[in-house]
Design a protein around this ligand. Structure first.
Ligand code: UD1
Length: 345
């Protein structure tokens, strides 16, 4: 039986584009809506080269309910949504809180509002380990307490989870799977899609690969005086293709509707914590390329250490991160080389 159509908001972005590839590979039809505020249409070419199919694309802003309504009217076979469309820079969110609350929350509310009218059965929501703040213990399970958010970005994730819960508790006729990502890194092994940050990267891996390429002089390691074995922060770096595959499983589960709870929450991580210095070493080992780096002071607002207990996703979704950190680092490097070869960066 032909699989239904899935609406992927933010589908030309980093995690969105990788997920569209996996959806198409699994036989779903996809339609992307994206305002291209932090991505570009090249991702559509990449998806087409990888899968042989070009997903339908609507350039519009999900905060505009009229555009969204028109999209649902045109594509009346949409049965599920994966909502990636959101602003995601922690620092920028502190400077521009209204932009973050408006963008991230209005997008979600518009989608939830329109779902019943258009018979959409479920929504997968991109959340983050940021909801756990500095966890009391690692690895973190889904039952760990939600800590007060330290940025408007983090707060939009917490509020979004609450909005979904309230809407479904009110009897809305659809389901939701909330996925809390740890630190997504790497790129598709083809290097045809990947992460393309605007301007100077704020996140570790794009800064690292740009430094390895000579675009940046030196990577600053923010702090070596944390209470960790080597003093640098610890994160759970999850391969973006592994992450994308979890979305397909989540969609399948929602649409099959075998009596699961209407809201389910899953951590998506490897279960292994790696320090910033260990990650740099893994990159150098995997690629043979040195990354000039220096230790500088701590970055305000950073969490000391956080890594996932992914057993709930392992057991219930049958999903597991399988890509080694070395392969992930090689994929990130190959993507950076692709950007150089194609003159993008
Ligand atoms: C943050 C958010 C997370 C969000 C992610 C992607 C929080 C607590 N975390 O993750 O929710 O999904 O961004 O937008 O809100 N580092 C350096 N040098 C650099 C850059 C980073 O040493 O140039 C270090 C950081 O101090 C940190 C680690 O690398 O320890 C990872 O940083 P980053 O990639 O920015 O992600 P997070 O801050 O963990």
């Amino acid at each position: 039986m032909a699989k239904p159509r899935i609406l992927v908001t933010g589908g030309t972005g980093y995690i969105g584009s990788h997920t569209v590839v996996e959806l198409i590979n699994a036989g779903y039809k996809a339609v992307i809506i994206d305002n291209l505020s932090n991505s570009n249409k090249d991702a559509l070419d990449g998806i087409e080269k990888i899968t042989g199919l070009r997903p339908d694309f609507v350039e519009a802003d999900c905060t505009d309910i009229n555009s969204l309504t028109a999209l649902f009217e045109k594509y009346d076979d949409i049965k599920g949504i994966i909502n990636f469309a959101a602003s995601k820079a922690v620092g920028e969110s502190i400077e521009k809180p209204i932009l973050y609350y408006r963008n991230n929350l209005n997008t979600l509310m518009n989608l939830l509002d329109l779902m019943p009218r258009f018979g959409v059965k479920g929504i997968v929501f991109s959340s983050s380990c940021t909801v756990y703040g500095e966890p009391d213990q690692n690895p973190v399970t889904e039952a760990a307490p939600i800590k007060k958010a330290t940025s408007p970005y983090g707060n939009t994730k917490q509020i979004s989870e609450e909005i979904i819960t309230d809407v479904i508790s009110s009897g809305a006729p659809f389901k939701s799977v909330i996925l809390r990502y740890f630190n997504p890194v790497g790129a598709h092994p083809s290097a045809l899609i990947g992460e393309l940050p605007n301007g100077v990267p704020q996140n570790l891996i794009p800064y690292l690969t740009q430094t390895a390429m000579g675009i940046r002089k030196e990577l600053s390691v923010f702090g070596n005086d944390y209470d960790t074995p080597d003093g640098s922060c610890i994160r759970d770096f999850i391969n973006v293709v592994d992450l994308a595959k979890a979305h397909v499983i989540a969609v399948e589960r929602m649409l099959e509707d075998k009596g699961e709870a209407p809201i389910e929450i899953f951590n998506l991580g490897t279960g292994v914590g790696l320090s910033v210095l260990e990650l740099i070493a893994a990159f150098e080992r995997a690629t043979g390329v040195k990354v000039p780096h220096k230790i500088v002071g701590r970055r305000h607002g950073d969490i000391e250490k956080v890594w996932a207990d992914p057993r709930h996703a392992n057991e219930v979704l049958g999903w597991k991160a399988t890509t080694s950190i070395e392969d992930t680092m090689r994929s990130a490097w190959k993507w950076q080389q692709h950007l150089r070869e194609t003159g993008i960066m």
